[in-house]
Design a protein around this ligand. Structure first.
Ligand code: NAP
Length: 494
């Protein structure tokens, strides 16, 4: 914790060319208020101070800023207005539980059909008098991700009605079994491996895409049997995963419930009493929940000034460009995770985030070991990655016509959110930095590139501290004898 500063907000960042350091302006609440229990009130004085860093790493997330939808009259509504991501009302889940405890007699409008709406509609359906789900676009609802594999691992019938493949079906007996670390490891391994097997389905006209379409079409039709007309409005023409795919257990069932109306007519505006549609009809509502998404611009929300006074906001207009989604030219000593083109259409995002952090750690070690002033990717390398992006995405379902945050909330255009390939492809691509794609500066006045060799001794010898035979430690020996033998044999055989 001594390295972590909570409630500190970076409000400005500037790369200082003479020193090669980042100058950060940071805002924090006045000291007496710095507790999690009593955050400062809106408008209360904040303290600002400057700090500097040799390397700047941003891990600010890609969907971290929610925004209200652009709908006329939004603020005229006299009932309760929520956004699904508005945690300012308290601490997330608890706040929602408190908010909905007396909604039994309420008419609730839910706007949207993204992952948030798909989860909130079934969660609220039995707790309110009526839900109207206002749905503008179309979306695929899939069967649970890795559901078949999960069913196999849990020894369940995948066709069974209650086999959602999700954690809510873990029995006490299952949980006991998962306490066995070997069994758990194997379980994780198989699930993860299954998740990493679906990438071909994201390629246009692939067999896997066709199979997914057929399966999810049948799945949606079956679940909507009670209100079959909804399928005509909901099942898309665009490919599966063009917009973020959601399994949404219970969503289609909820749409079929008697107290839920699916409303595909577009919204004209919000009135003081509810929502008016473009056909002139009006839905009277007590509560409106906007499940309408986030700021999808992929910009940082503070000015960040790189070389020659150019801000990242300027450089990334009309869209961002990066090198392997970890850095960009003109902004030396800056690396990131979950920036543009680093989300995944399939596979596990956590694995990639870990590799992006490791990439930055490798850079930090290089800067430190070689006493560099700066490391900056070349603009040619950024342009080459850009060319790769442009040639990759047209072959995928992501470039089809569908509104998606992958394309900055637009129906068509550049894919800004996703890595151009699979999760495993991304991991392999960045696990070994290509140092030749960077240019380097030595500190002011230093001419000899070997200046970091110092006086011929390592720190441990000079100070007589630390381990001076570290190369014999287990974690330094990377090929155990057995593996070496196998490796040699396989080389001989091949
Ligand atoms: N892991 C999870 O459990 C989870 C849960 C929630 C979200 N997420 C992540 O967050 C992402 C965003 O999800 P989200 O559902 O919050 O946002 P979203 O996918 O952007 O969906 C927003 C929905 O609101 C609709 N909308 C926006 N403005 C509107 C307007 N003015 N009038 C009518 N409808 C409007 C959109 O219409 P269109 O259909 O026309 O676009 C869309 O259906 C997801 O894709 C996912 O990556 C993850």
């Amino acid at each position: 914790m001594r390295y972590i500063k909570l409630q500190h907000r970076v409000v400005h960042a500037r790369y200082d060319e003479p020193t090669g350091k980042w100058h950060l302006r940071i805002r924090r609440p006045p000291p007496p208020n710095v507790t999690l229990e009593s955050p400062p009130n809106e408008g209360e004085a904040y303290e600002e101070f400057e700090d500097t860093a040799d390397l700047l790493f941003t891990g600010v997330g890609s969907l971290s800023r929610w925004k209200w939808p652009e709908i006329d009259g939004l603020k005229d509504f006299e009932g309760k207005l929520f956004h699904t991501a508005d945690f300012e009302v308290g601490d997330g889940d608890k706040a929602w539980q408190e908010a909905i405890h007396d909604w039994k007699d309420k008419r609730v409008g839910v706007i949207g059909v993204g992952s948030s709406a798909i989860q909130i509609v079934p969660a609220l359906q039995s707790r309110v008098k009526k839900i109207v789900n206002f749905v503008r676009g179309k979306t695929w609802i899939s069967t649970p991700f890795s559901g078949a594999k999960m069913a196999e691992l849990m020894q369940r019938d995948p066709e069974a009605e209650n086999c959602t493949g999700y954690t809510d079906v873990f029995s006490e007996e299952d949980k006991e079994r998962l306490k066995d670390t070997e069994y758990y490891k194997q379980f994780r391994h198989e699930l993860e491996s299954d998740l990493n097997s679906v990438h071909p389905s994201t390629l246009k006209d692939s067999d896997a895409q066709r199979a997914g379409r057929a399966a999810f079409h049948a799945h949606m039709k079956k679940k909507l049997a009670k209100k079959p007309w909804i399928a005509d409005f909901l099942i898309p023409e665009f490919g599966v995963a063009c917009r973020r795919l959601t399994a949404g257990p219970g969503y289609l069932e909820a749409l079929c419930a008697d107290n839920v109306d699916f409303q595909p007519t577009h919204i004209k505006g919000i009135t003081n009493k509810g929502i008016e549609l473009v056909d002139g009809t009006h839905e009277d509502l007590d509560i409106i929940i906007c499940a309408t998404g986030y700021d999808y611009s992929f910009q940082l929300d503070f000015p960040m000034v790189g070389r020659n006074g150019v801000t990242i906001q300027e450089k990334w207009s009309p869209h961002p460009s990066t090198y392997l989604a970890v850095c960009t030219d003109g902004f030396p000593n800056w690396f990131m995770s979950l920036g543009p083109n680093s989300s995944l259409g399939s596979g596990s995002l956590l694995v990639l985030i870990e590799r992006q952090v490791e990439y930055a750690v490798a850079v930090a070690k290089k800067i430190q070991r070689e006493r560099l002033k700066s490391i900056e990717v070349t603009k040619e390398a950024v342009a080459d990655f850009d060319e790769y992006l442009e040639s990759y995405f047209p072959k995928t379902v992501y470039s089809e016509k569908c509104r998606s945050w992958y394309k900055m909330g637009k129906e068509q255009g550049r894919v800004v959110a996703l890595w151009p390939g699979s999760c495993l492809h991304a991991v392999r691509a960045i696990e070994q930095p290509r140092w030749e794609d960077f240019r380097y500066e030595l500190p002011e006045g230093v001419k000899n590139r070997m200046h970091w060799l110092g006086d011929g001794q390592t720190y441990n010898e000079k100070t007589m501290t630390g381990d001076r035979a570290w190369y014999l430690n287990d974690d330094e020996v990377d090929i155990p004898t057995g593996a070496y033998t196998t490796l040699r044999l396989s080389v001989l055989i091949s």
